[in-house]
Design a protein around this ligand. Structure first.
Ligand code: C2E
Ligand code: MG
Ligand code: MG
Length: 736
């Protein structure tokens, strides 16, 4: 019943609005006098921020709401028109004074305008319930004791409230947001507003913790009003005719129509407030998905690259590296392991053509695969193997344990040679390998093709000599390499265990046959190799950069011995050797020497520093400044192995030394003995002319000693007098 009633009323309203529209249209299309239009139309000034009572319809841009519909209903009943204007004034009190509006709404009761004029109000259109809104869990006090917040546009309503509750305290706010903020910071106890407006406003998501208190409700009238003038009263009377004619059912239908609508429109901040966390999750999800997608495509790309690399770098038949891959891998390994010793071999199956012809290509392929498999068995991640072309293979092997490397190589040779053993005892696979031993230079300037060329050359030499097995491209390097493998990594342990000792070779004054010095020479009694000569292990230590550590040990041992002998009352001087690598390693060696003599309470003149011309060739300026410093500090500098190289004279010209060590060995070993003697004579003469003293080393017989003596060189060192000996033996000589 109720529904039908409401529907009927709505239909009636729509019908009357349409009728009003038609009438308006007719009015526009027909010439109507201003007077008749003025008499029939009442201009109502209203605020438009009181949804759902007065607000602006976003689609039509017209003012709509409960108040509008009620007024239209009244006008319809009494036969006049109403049009609505938004009040521009701050309050309805101001608006009362504006003659543009015939009446203004909504007024609870009559009050004076801002200019002090009295007003007159219409009958009540409907009761508007006013309710309090507080924060959740707020315990409401008596209404009279409350401090409430109201919008300043409700100043008229506030007067009615004050009449009802004289002790109530009211604070006005310009906007609802300000009012809510004040409530949240507990500056006011509650907010007071029309409950229809509340039902709209509280739909805002950020106001969800505000609650309406329906018990604390009071009603206010909803009237139209104007200035109390004869015309004003006449308009009010006309309005009252219409208001009187509105039935309660119609009134309820209008109110229900607006309060049951979902009027609240979400703005951006509302969306953010309500859906913010969800939006963040969505954004994170999108980021995650796109990250996953990128990762997937990267993985696919990487897999593709790996696949391509496999195609480019691997041999499809044997599945080991091809030349391309070998080059890259070798470069990688050498760069990552600059201190490790390596050999590179170039391997060939000598009778491969014969095998192919006799057993067919498939058997040939099988053999190549077998070779790759056998070679691969012994490899570690520090090695590499590749099929370069046809039956040629290359290997890079880390030389850690020389014996093991040899065993591995032999095993591959044996296994592959016997490949056809089951089928045909007569045929043996003939293998040849050229081996190139990598030098320090190969680590510094990596050129894989050059190394392969060297190994290939050695392999060719072997083929030409119709031999099998392997041939070294650089056998001396192999010896050093082998030595490096045996000494590097074992040095410190050897020093600790006393495997390394400092021996002394006495130096004599031939005129009086007295020992007046010695050269310190080190000796290594290797735990695996037995006694090894410095001529072997010193270049190996130089190669791996460990010579400085050995020399520091030698220098300190010499100083200790000198200190000991000094304590025994024998002031001695000793010559110590400085490697070219020492000079490059540490430019502060003179300071180190000074610290040592201070520590062991020696005189700098007790230490003679032997420097070779190779150091001069490496870095003349560095050598020059270092010798200068040694001499400034009082050490004596000697030029070792004079005459053995090509730059001896050059160095002599540039570097100031105190003594020349003439290497007799190089001057007398080969060639015309007589010429050698003449050279010695002139060298002695030259040293005298240059104001330097001279000692001859490598004196092996009386004849040499006599000749030197006759030339004016009395200082001598050599097997003719003494061989290098342990310090204890040298000590015994000193006491003689
Ligand atoms: P060097 O400094 O020229 O030392 C002289 C070498 O000649 C020594 O060889 C010595 O034993 C040898 N010698 C001495 N008299 C004769 C002789 O009458 N005939 C022959 N054939 N040889 C003789 P050694 O001890 O084998 O040392 C070889 C080289 O190793 C040394 O040559 C030196 O350059 C180097 N060396 C030795 N000990 C050390 C050391 O502690 N540190 C450094 N950096 N180098 C060292
Ligand atoms: Mg020497
Ligand atoms: Mg020498």
């Amino acid at each position: 019943m109720f529904c039908i009633g409401v529907w009927k009323k709505s239909f009636k309203r729509v019908f009357s609005l349409t009728l009003t529209g038609i009438i308006c249209l007719l009015c526009v299309s027909m010439p109507v006098s201003a007077e008749s239009e003025g008499n029939n139309n009442i201009v109502v000034g209203v605020p438009k921020d009181r949804c759902p009572i007065f607000y602006c319809d976003e689609e039509t841009d017209e003012i709509v709401g409960i108040g509008v519909d009620l007024m239209r209903e009244a006008a319809d009943e009494a036969g006049y028109n109403v049009t609505f204007e938004t009040v521009k004034e701050e309050s309805l009190k101001d608006a009362l004074d504006n003659e543009e509006y015939d009446v203004i709404m909504p007024l609870g009761s009559a009050f004076s305008s801002t200019s002090g004029k009295a007003s007159v109000v219409s009958d009540n259109l409907f009761q508007t319930p006013f309710t309090l809104v507080t924060l959740e869990n707020y315990e409401l006090k008596e209404l009279n004791e409350l401090h409430v917040g109201m919008l300043s546009s409700l100043a008229g309503g506030a007067e009615t409230v004050r009449q009802l509750y004289p002790d109530i305290e009211i604070t006005f706010f310009e906007t609802m947001n300000e009012a809510v903020k004040s409530l949240r910071s507990r500056n006011v106890d509650a907010l007071l507003h029309n409950s229809y407006v509340w039902s709209y406003i509280l739909q805002k998501p950020s106001y969800t913790n505000l609650v309406i208190h329906p018990t604390a409700m009071f009603s206010m009238d909803f009237r139209a009003g104007t200035l109390d003038t004869p015309e004003g009263r006449e308009i009010i009377e006309r309005l009252n005719d219409g208001i009187e004619a509105i039935s309660d059912t119609e009134r309820q239908a209008i109110i229900l129509d607006y309060t049951s609508r979902q009027l609240y429109q979400f703005n951006l901040s509302d969306y953010l407030f309500r859906y913010g966390p969800l939006m963040i999750i969505c954004v994170l999800l999108v980021i995650l998905i796109s990250f996953r997608f990128t990762l997937n495509s990267r993985t696919r790309h990487f897999e593709h690259v790996v696949k391509m690399r496999k195609l480019m770098d691997y041999d499809p038949l044997t599945e080991i590296l091809n030349i391309n891959g070998f080059r890259k891998r070798v470069e990688e390994l050498l760069r990552e392991n600059p201190d490790k010793s390596y050999v590179l071999s170039y391997n060939n199956i000598k009778n491969f053509k014969y095998i192919n012809d006799s057993y067919g290509m498939d058997a040939g392929d099988e053999l190549l695969r077998f070779w790759a498999e056998c070679a691969g068995k012994n490899l570690t991640e520090l090695d590499a193997v590749a099929r370069i072309e046809a039956d040629h293979f290359a290997m890079l092997r880390y030389v850690d344990d020389v014996a093991k490397l040899q065993d591995d190589t032999q095993r591959v040779i044996d296994e592959v040679s016997d490949y056809f053993g089951d089928r045909d005892n007569k045929i043996r696979v003939q293998l040849s390998a050229g081996i190139y031993v990598l030098t320090g230079d190969d680590h510094r300037n990596i050129n894989v093709d050059r190394m392969l060329d060297c190994a290939r050359l050695a392999e060719k030499r072997l083929q030409e000599s119709h031999k099998e097995g392997c041939e070294f491209y650089n056998p001396e390097q192999w010896k050093t390499g082998k030595m490096i493998a045996d000494v590097s990594g074992h040095l410190f342990e050897a020093i600790e265990n006393g495997e390394i000792q400092v021996w002394y070779q006495p130096q004599v004054d031939y005129e009086n046959n007295k020992v007046d010095g010695a050269e310190a020479l080190c000796r290594w009694n290797h735990s695996k190799l037995g006694w090894i000569s410095p001529g072997n292990f010193i270049p190996a230590l130089e190669e791996v950069g460990l010579i400085y550590d050995l020399d520091c040990f030698v220098w300190e041992t010499v100083c200790k011995d000198l200190h000991k002998w000094k304590e025994q009352g024998r002031i001695q001087s000793v010559s110590v050797n400085l490697s070219r690598a020492d000079i490059m390693h540490d430019a502060d060696i003179p300071e180190l020497f000074r610290d040592l003599i201070n520590k062991y309470e020696l005189n700098p003149s007790q230490i003679h520093v032997e420097i070779t011309e190779t150091a001069y060739v490496d870095n003349p300026n560095l050598l020059l400044s270092m010798t200068q410093k040694f001499r400034e500090y009082g050490f004596s500098v000697e030029m070792d192995d004079f005459g053995s190289g090509y730059s001896s004279l050059n160095m002599l010209k540039e570097v100031q030394v105190d003594r020349i060590k003439l290497d007799l060995h190089f001057l007398t070993e080969t060639g015309d003995q007589n010429k050698g003697r003449i050279i010695i004579r002139y060298m002695v003469q030259m040293a005298q002319d240059l104001g330097m003293s001279l000692i001859a080393e490598g004196v092996e017989n009386k004849e040499q000693a006599e000749h030197l003596q006759s030339c004016g060189c009395h200082e001598m060192q050599g097997y003719y007098f003494y061989k290098p000996m342990p310090s204890q033996d040298f000590e015994n000589i000193l006491t003689m």
